[in-house]
Design a protein around this ligand. Sequence first.
Ligand code: DX5
Ligand code: ZN
Length: 214
Amino acid sequence: MIVAPSLLSADFGRLAEDIAMLNDSQADWLHCDVMDGVFVPNISFGFPVIEAVAKLTQKPLDVHLMIVDPDRYVGRVRDCGAAVMNVHAEACTHLHRTVQSIHQAGMKAAVTLNPASPVEMLTDIIGDLDMVLLMSVNPGFGGQSFIERTLNKIRRLRRLIESEGSKALIEVDGGINLATGASCAEAGADALVAGSYVFGAPDPKAAIAGLANL
Ligand code: DX5
Ligand code: ZN
């Protein structure tokens, strides 16, 4: 299982220490949640913070943009050194164009779906995607409970990926712990984002290892 701890739940007063811990862990990617207070009812952090984090981390950056019109920032995300740029389908008027510009910038393109958005809305673009991120909570906050219906969505997305011959990975974000992560793995997820479960654990590296072994 690919594990992407979410920086949102780190201690922002001790970011360097938390990133050093992640460098020494089995984490595969570092998930960075950017919120604009418009697309979601919360504001997190922006590019100056990601640039600072990029200098410290040894893990590829998985940047999840919970902002309107994320296509305006493809160049900024690339300049931060992101490996993956995650945009919400609900926030892009011309999703195909946005995915093309992410690829032209040299990044992996991932499209994120809110809990109420059906996987079928990606039928005509799934072949162009490197990853689909399924939100298993409503985006905006860490520490929420996993929406069980996501498991059915993972299975439907897996079928869509197979039927369209897509190479897209399935990533799941929100309310992930060892139990919900195991259910996602069984349903066909490739990657798990975990914030509060990792940073709230007495031993974060052991929590990451538990998810990695699913
Ligand atoms: C929520 C963010 C998540 C968040 C997950 O809007 O996209 O990445 O950090 O936090 P947990 O794992 O605590 O649900
Ligand atoms: Zn996220």
